[in-house]
Design a protein around this ligand. Structure first.
Ligand SMILES: [Zn+2]
Ligand SMILES: [Zn+2]
Length: 241
């Protein structure tokens, strides 16, 4: 059984359809024994999410809460024209970003174009992770996706909440193909809860069971160790004081 100590894809009330405060999320992370919590509010394009200005004042938040190290991200929306809706001043304030397709603000453009659009986001140096690349409603070409992840130093996510959602098409088959390629090409992954409530922080059991089922190597799972995540996104541990 692997032990994951970091959850870096989570949402607070600032995302508009999530229900915990930063402190409630941190407290939950602490109770679950996590060492690192990443808050990744939805970016512009998701109904009801925070104004971009929200991301400009993140440095008022203590870097350690309830003994848990806090890092700040954003889950950007991959767009149909490949353009980032979060301006560069806000991007600069983030420790990292994830980018993902959300069908509330994305129109399926076919496998090739969807893949191009995701890759366009990988090229931003702040984008370190691609969230839930698993849904055949917006199909992706996995050989191209994994190769681009390697080129642009991006890790691909296995999202535990996808295993609980009724509407994600072929996600098991897609993750199987993606993980085989990641292993072959030495591309790291992250495992995330995508918690929208404190209850779900660190709840990655489904994804962990799946990774064991497909014998995915632990050496390529970043959130096994906090230092792997920090190294990958280029953050020094010194920020936590
Ligand atoms: Zn998402
Ligand atoms: Zn999310």
């Amino acid at each position: 059984m692997m032990t994951l100590t970091c959850d870096i894809h989570t949402h607070t009330i600032a995302s508009g359809h999530a229900y915990g405060t930063i402190r409630e999320m941190a407290q939950a992370a602490s109770e679950k024994g996590l060492s690192l919590l990443g808050l990744s509010e939805h970016g512009p394009g998701i109904p009801g999410t925070c104004d971009p200005f929200y991301f400009k004042a993140l440095d008022v938040i203590p870097r350690t809460l309830y003994g848990v190290h806090i890092i700040h991200g954003c889950e950007l929306n991959v767009t149909n024209d490949g353009v980032n809706l979060l301006d560069s001043k806000c991007m600069k304030k983030l420790d990292y970003a994830l980018a993902g397709i959300h069908t509330t603000c994305y129109e399926n453009a076919g496998m090739d174009q969807n893949t191009d659009n995701v890759i366009a986001f990988m090229k931003d140096p702040k984008v370190c992770f691609i969230s839930h690349p698993d849904d055949s409603h917006t199909p992706l070409c996995y050989p191209r996706l994994v190769e681009a992840a390697k080129t642009w130093h991006v890790a691909l996510e296995v999202n535990s909440s996808s295993f609980r959602k009724p509407n994600r098409l072929n996600f098991r088959e897609n993750y199987t193909e993606m993980l085989q390629l990641c292993e072959k090409m030495d591309v790291p992954i992250i495992v995330s809860s995508d918690a929208h409530d404190p209850f779900w922080v660190g709840m990655t059991r489904e994804a962990e069971a799946f990774l064991e089922e497909v014998h995915f190597p632990e050496r390529l799972i970043l959130n096994v160790e906090e230092s792997r995540i920090l190294d990958f996104i280029g953050l020094s541990e010194e920020i936590f004081g």
